[in-house]
Design a protein around this ligand. Structure first.
Ligand SMILES: [Zn+2]
Length: 137
């Protein structure tokens, strides 16, 4: 399973957003309220069939919003959890500290420039971070 390192402050902050979700979340996300409460996780990315979310301890989980499976499943693949974290950190800027830091040698990702920021599209080169390290696969 994927787990990102969270500071005690961020952990408390995530727990607070989970607790406050029914009143704080944007209205178009409130239908996720029962999932958030049941699974104790804050939605990062809302896909067509699944939601990817983060727990206060930094664990990244997913659940089906189409009843395809009960409960939560782990998100193993960086290809899924990292873009979800990028997505979530646009909505919750406090989470941006959890993203990989852009190293000194990084350059802007040219592959996704036309689509960067469009929901649901994952750039296979930078995983939506918007930068790549030359020579790094
Ligand atoms: Zn890219």
């Amino acid at each position: 399973m994927a787990r990102v390192a969270v500071s005690p402050e961020i952990s408390v902050w995530i727990a607070g957003r989970i607790a406050g979700f029914p009143s704080e979340a944007p209205k178009q996300l409130r239908w996720e309220e029962s999932y958030v409460a049941e699974f104790s996780a804050l939605p990062l990315h809302l896909g067509w069939f699944e939601t990817i979310a983060i727990r206060p301890d930094g664990e990244i989980v997913r659940w089906s919003t189409e009843g395809e499976y009960p409960g939560v499943r782990p998100v193993e693949d960086r290809f899924y959890w990292l873009p979800a974290l990028v997505d979530g950190s646009r909505r919750y800027t406090e989470l941006a500290v959890l993203l990989p830091q852009r190293p000194a040698g990084a350059v802007d990702c040219l592959s996704c420039r036309p689509v960067f920021g469009e929901p649901g599209i994952i750039c296979g080169d930078c995983l939506n971070l918007g930068w790549v390290v030359p020579g790094d696969e």
